[in-house]
Design a protein around this ligand. Structure first.
Ligand SMILES: O=c1nc[nH]c2c1ncn2[C@H]1C[C@H](O)[C@@H](COP(=O)(O)OP(=O)(O)OP(=O)(O)O)O1
Ligand SMILES: [Mg+2]
Length: 203
């Protein structure tokens, strides 16, 4: 059985990885399947560093290949904040709705033309006793003035995707998984995915 382990506790991310991997006959497991693994502190200064921290901690705990995902939103008018602090933008415990409200408040009065933003996703692949590999992907858009749609997770209801004319949360999962930062990062991983999965199958 082909299996990948994603070092995430975020159900929205878990669902997207499942949507992408399941049709290829690959079973996805996440930290929701391994509740005994302690939380990984995201102390890095870049998305890549945090993705490696997550992937390596879980890879060490399970002695298996693990993929870590660290992602977030960069808003130009906010000097690219919330960035790596996207999940805890409105404080702890993290809360998508509180984060979205804070973002909309901070952008009050800023016109459309200055609301450009991008999602960023760094993926790290950790294999026991090997150096981690990272790839990244982005998705360009702008921040709406109010929420639209109920699909996806996180900041999706306030992220407008110009090429679709819709908010990310108005896209179907297939549409999001074609254009998202996470999908774009995964496409770069695809080149090496087969060899990664082979090593995963052996372990
Ligand atoms: O496709 C996305 N659509 C909307 N929002 C998104 C997306 N991708 C990341 N985001 C936001 C959610 C969260 O505020 C932050 C990720 O933070 P990040 O630390 O990577 O994930 P997390 O703490 O939710 O779960 P975990 O660390 O267990 O993987 O960026
Ligand atoms: Mg996190």
């Amino acid at each position: 059985m082909k299996e990948v382990i994603i070092a995430t506790k975020n159900p929205g991310k878990a669902r997207e990885f499942e949507q992408i991997f399941t049709p290829r006959g690959i079973v996805v497991k996440t930290l929701l399947d391994f509740p005994e693994i302690p939380d990984v502190e995201e102390t890095g200064t870049t998305f890549e560093e945090n993705a490696i921290l997550k992937a390596e901690a879980v890879s060490r705990a399970l002695n298996k290949m693990v993929i870590g995902d660290d992602s977030g939103l960069m808003v130009d008018a906010l000097e690219r904040r919330p960035g790596i602090y996207s999940a805890r933008y409105a404080g702890e415990p993290k809360n998508d709705q509180a984060n979205t409200n804070k973002l909309l408040n901070e952008l009050t009065g800023i016109p459309d033309a200055r609301r450009s933003a991008r999602f960023y996703c760094a993926l790290a692949v950790a294999v026991p006793n090997q150096k981690p590999i990272t790839v990244s992907g982005t998705c360009e858009g702008r921040i709406l003035e109010e929420q639209r749609g109920s699909n996806g997770f996180g900041y999706d209801p306030v992220f407008y995707v110009p090429e679709k004319g819709l908010a990310m949360a108005e896209l179907s999962s297939d549409e999001k998984n074609n254009i998202s930062h996470r999908a774009n990062a995964l496409k770069k991983l695809e080149v090496i995915l087969d060899s990664i999965l082979e090593s995963a199958e052996q372990s």
